[in-house]
Write a protein that binds this ligand. Structure first.
Ligand code: F6R
Length: 616
């Protein structure tokens, strides 16, 4: 989704801005732009397409200056055009602004401004905000930074919606002003230089000392220092945080794509999700971050799990695990729906919000709605500095390391791992026996080695994937714990290869989906050695009887039986039913990845997608 980076200091801003934009590419975007202050004027360059297109355009018309702002745009209001790309000017042409978020009341404000004689060059909501700030500043008698801050405050009072903004003005060289409500902004502190970004990965190559801004705060930065105040004009408390992420963490290493790197990182990420969280002595999980006593956990009568996309699929697996191991009624709800439903929730309902980025607007809205209604709301996040992590009543961090590939991979398996820990903990303070607890712990400890084994199947899965890469439609089937895996496998394939794929509970096949089966429509069955293995085999037979090719994802020991009915078989290690989703989904991640590579798709930057969806 949209990204911001600003620089003020002694160095030339442009190379820093372009490098920062490159690091933000993974968020997904369709156009980009920069603005710098140069000899008392603002110079803007914008381009539709990739950062390389912008770089090429700038090469023909170079941009100088030591203060600048820049942006990657993911279109919401107005088509993907050069005019709609940020930065946007005010009426005077002296002020430039970049914006993440959505100004919801922009249409009425635009009409009002047009009646006053303002002319707009774009269809964006953002340009309205530029004009509002510029109008307020031009009405002020002073031409100072503090007058600009006042103008920004005034303008922001008029808008509803969300924003993270960075503003520069030709008459205020060496100054950037930022403000946030609902869209993240982080300040980077350097020596004689400062940075402002929507995402710490944009600046981590320059500084590790950062301040995460809160909603309703305004920051003024220049080369020497910064001040943070609230929108009301009061001083704001802040903490300088050391970023742990290294430059290497945000690089691709020797891998051709982030997605492949992140698939391979899952031995480590699952190990890190488990680290220090297993108690052999008590045969349970230790999750201190939940900030809840056993008595409080015991009184939980209902669990709600909410998230979007891949996180929602992980939540569905968590629903099975919590209901099976802890016998607590559990429900999954899309975060985008949660907020608009009036779910009957008693005071003993515990809500978990799942989000890799911790910034997904729908999930954040669900968190706030749940808290508003007085429910204890816990986060399962990867980004420790994210808004969801900060606003949750407690939670469990994934510790998966930065996930840059747009298609979520390691965050999914970390979420499932953590939900299994939660199910174990909730089960052990209810009916789950100590020996069952110990068995689950042993299985969790054996998991990283099993993931390692799945990773050794890469070449084999790649070969299968290439054989099916020309299919136009694919079906993914699984039962129970592996029904969400079927949904996730289909989502991965759709996202990065653009093949129409759908996931179903295997037995649903005969209730309608079977109409799609023919010689050209491959079906992928996740059929591990579980209680429903033979039911799955019958469903496979139904597809085969209609000429449909079948790929079976099975577990070791069941290869012979599966080979009798499947055209291709991929065998993952045997595991208890609550852990096969992790192993099967890694096999499906490889499958989707190698199909996308075969089709020469842009794996890390799939069309229309954004890594972190910060608009509702
Ligand atoms: C799919 C994918 C998305 C995200 C969803 C939620 O590969 O990446 O479906 O899972 O946008 O994102 P987070 O977890 O950051 O809230």
């Amino acid at each position: 989704m949209c990204g911001i980076i600003g620089y003020v200091g002694r160095s030339q801003a442009l190379p820093i801005l372009l490098e920062g934009l490159k690091r933000l590419e993974y968020r997904g975007y369709d156009s980009a732009g920069v603005a710098t202050i140069e000899e008392g004027c603002i110079t803007v360059r914008k381009e539709v397409g990739r950062i390389e297109d912008l770089r090429r355009a700038i090469g023909q018309h170079p941009v100088g200056g030591t203060t600048g702002i820049s942006h990657t745009r993911w279109a919401t209001h107005g088509k993907v055009t050069q005019e709609n790309a940020h930065p946007h000017f005010d009426r005077s042409g002296k002020m430039a602004l970049v914006h993440n978020g959505v100004i919801e009341n922009y249409a009425s404000l635009r009409t009002q401004l047009e009646e006053e004689g303002h002319q707009f060059v774009s269809q964006t909501d953002t340009e309205v905000l530029s004009h509002l700030i510029g109008r307020a500043f031009d009405r002020s008698a002073e031409r100072t930074t503090s007058a600009m801050v006042t103008a920004i405050r005034e303008a922001l009072q008029l808008v509803s919606g969300t924003y993270g903004i960075a503003v520069i003005h030709a008459e205020l060289p060496g100054v950037i002003i930022g403000a946030r409500r609902g869209s993240p902004l982080v300040l980077g502190i350097g020596k004689g230089e400062h940075f402002l970004a929507s995402d710490v990965s944009a600046i981590v190559g320059h500084t590790r000392d950062v301040v995460y801004l809160n909603d309703y705060e305004i920051v003024v930065l220049n080369g020497e220092g910064f001040t943070i105040t609230t929108l009301e004009g009061n001083g704001a408390d802040y903490n300088v945080t050391k970023v742990e992420m290294t430059d290497e963490d945000v690089g691709k290493g020797d891998y051709p794509h982030y997605m492949l790197k992140e698939i391979h990182e899952q031995v480590r990420s699952v190990t890190d999700a488990l680290r220090g969280r297993l108690s052999h002595e008590e045969a349970t999980a230790k999750l201190g971050g939940l900030n809840m006593t056993n008595a409080a956990l015991r009184s939980v009568e209902r669990v709600i799990l909410t998230g979007c996309g891949t996180a929602f699929h992980a939540a569905m697996i968590g629903e099975y695990a919590i209901e099976t191991l802890a016998q607590i009624p559990t429900e999954c709800e899309f975060a985008s729906e949660f907020r608009y439903r009036n779910l009957p929730m008693t005071k003993d309902t515990l809500v978990f919000v799942l989000s890799q980025s911790g910034e997904t607007a729908d999930t954040l809205a669900a968190l706030r709605e749940s808290k508003r209604k007085g429910h204890r709301t816990l986060g399962i996040c990867n980004n420790v500095a994210s808004t969801i992590a900060r606003e949750s009543d407690g939670g469990v961090y994934m510790h998966a390391g930065p996930e840059i590939g747009v298609a979520a991979t390691k965050s999914f398996t970390s979420q499932v791992t953590i939900l299994t820990l939660i199910a174990l903990l909730l089960g052990r303070i209810r009916n789950l026996s100590s020996s069952d607890g110990s068995r689950i712990i042993a299985e969790l400890e054996a998991l990283p080695a099993k993931i390692e084994q799945v990773l050794t199947l890469e070449a084999e899965i790649a070969a299968v994937a290439r054989r099916y890469a020309q299919a136009k439609v694919m079906l993914f089937m699984g039962r129970q714990y592996n029904y969400p895996v079927a949904l996730e496998g289909a989502l991965k394939l759709k996202e990065i290869s653009y093949i129409a794929a759908s996931g179903y509970a295997s037995a649903e096949l005969k209730h309608g989906v079977i109409a799609l089966v023919n010689e050209e429509t491959p079906s992928i069955f996740i059929a591990p050695n579980d209680a429903l293995f033979h039911k799955n085999l019958s469903n496979i037979e139904e597809v085969k009887a209609r000429g449909g090719p079948v790929i079976g994802i099975g577990t070791q020991g069941k290869g012979a039986e599966l080979s009798l009915v499947c055209d291709d078989v991929i065998l993952i290690p045997d595991a208890p039913e609550y852990l096969t989703p992790i192993l099967a989904s890694i096999a499906l991640q490889f499958f989707a990845y190698y199909i996308a590579v075969e089709l020469e798709c842009d794996v890390d930057k799939p069309r229309n997608l954004a890594k972190s969806v910060t608009v509702e």
